[in-house]
Design a protein around this ligand. Structure first.
Ligand code: NDP
Length: 256
C-alpha cells in the first residue's frame, strides 16, 4: 500500500495501533501489515510486541499511553500517520462505581479516553495539512447502551462522543473518523478487568459464540479500505446470541 507524496514518489502508508500487544489491536496490526502498511505497534508488554514484530515486521514501541509526553514524542518521531487505531483500553470491573477504588476510575478514563484524545491530537495536524488520514476509535456497545459497568460505560460513551464531535470538527479536511463498537469479543479483556479468579471465570464464560479479534479487525479494515470519499461512521458488531439494552426490574426493600 503506497501513496504519492509531494515529490511524486510513493511512500508506504503508515499506521499507528495502540494496544497492539494482544486481542483486537494485535489482530489489526497483522491485517494492516498484510495490506502493506508500515505499522507502529504500541503497548506496554515488550515480549508480546517483540513476538508480533518478529511475526509481522511491525515496528514495536513499548509505551504506556497514559504517558502523554511519550505518546506525543513518539508520534512526532514517526512523522505523518495515515491511520491511527485508538484501541488501547481496559475495564476495571472488580467493583461497582460505589465501591470502586479511585485509582481504577482514573485509570479507566485516562487509558480509554484521555490517551485516545492525546493520540488523535498528536497525529491530526499532519493529517489536516495533507488533507488525508483516518482516526479509528475502538468504542464499545457499552458506550452506546447501558450496562451495569458505570466507569467503563462512561469511558466508552466519551469515546462515542469524541468520534462524533471529531468528525464535525474535521469537516472539509479530508480526514476520516470511524468508531468501532464491539460487543463481547474473545480476548484477554476480562483477565485485566476482573482480579478474582472465580468471579473472572463467571465473567469470561459467556456461554455463547463470541466475536473474535480477527473479526473485529476485519470490520476495521473494511472501514479503512473503502475509497477515501466514503467515511464509515460507525460499526456495531456483537455475538448473534448477545443483545443490547433491556429494561430490568428488581424489587426494593424500602426502609421507611
Ligand atoms: P486486550 O486486553 O486483549 O487488549 C488491550 C490492549 O490495550 C493490550 O494490547 C494492552 O497492552 C493495551 N493497553 C491497556 N492499557 C494500556 C496502556 N496504559 N498503555 C498502552 N497500552 C495499553 O483486550 P481487547 O483486545 O478486547 O481490547 C481492545 C479494545 O477493545 C479496548 O479499547 C476495549 O475496551 C475494546 N473492547 C473490547 C471488548 C471485548 O469484549 N473484548 C468489547 C468492546 C470493546 P499492554 O497491557 O501490553 O499495555
Amino acid at each position: 500500500m503506497s501513496a504519492a507524496n509531494t515529490t511524486g514518489k510513493t511512500r508506504s502508508r503508515i499506521a499507528l495501533v495502540t494496544g497492539a500487544s494482544s486481542g483486537i489491536g494485535a489482530a489489526t496490526a497483522v491485517r494492516l501489515r498484510a495490506d502493506g502498511y508500515t505499522v507502529h505497534a504500541l503497548a506496554r508488554r515488550v515480549d508480546r510486541l517483540d513476538s508480533l514484530a518478529s511475526a509481522t515486521g511491525c515496528i514495536p514501541h513499548a509505551l504506556d499511553v497514559r504517558d502523554h509526553d511519550a505518546l506525543l514524542t513518539l508520534a512526532e518521531s514517526i512523522g505523518p500517520v495515515d491511520v491511527l487505531v485508538n484501541n488501547a483500553g481496559l475495564a476495571r470491573m472488580d467493583a461497582r462505581l460505589a465501591e470502586s477504588s479511585i485509582e481504577d476510575l482514573v485509570t479507566t478514563i485516562d487509558t480509554n479516553v484521555t490517551s485516545a484524545m492525546v493520540a488523535a491530537r498528536a497525529v491530526l495536524p499532519a493529517m489536516i495539512e495533507r488533507n488525508q488520514g483516518h482516526i479509528v476509535n475502538i468504542g464499545s456497545m457499552a458506550g452506546l447502551y447501558p450496562l451495569p459497568a458505570a466507569s467503563y460505560g462512561t469511558s466508552k460513551g466519551a469515546v462515542h462522543l469524541l468520534s462524533l464531535n471529531l468528525r464535525l470538527e474535521l469537516t472539509g479536511t479530508g480526514v476520516r473518523v470511524t468508531e468501532i463498537n464491539p460487543g463481547r469479543v474473545s480476548t484477554e479483556f476480562y483477565d485485566v478487568a476482573v482480579t478474582d479468579p472465580d468471579r473472572r471465570s463467571k465473567f469470561k464464560d459467556s456461554g455463547v459464540d463470541e466475536v473474535t479479534a480477527d473479526e473485529v479487525a476485519d470490520a476495521i479494515m473494511y472501514a479503512v479500505d473503502v475509497p477515501r470519499h466514503v467515511n464509515i461512521n460507525r460499526i456495531e458488531l456483537q455475538p448473534t446470541e448477545q443483545t443490547y439494552g433491556g429494561s430490568q426490574f428488581d424489587r426494593v426493600d424500602w426502609n421507611d
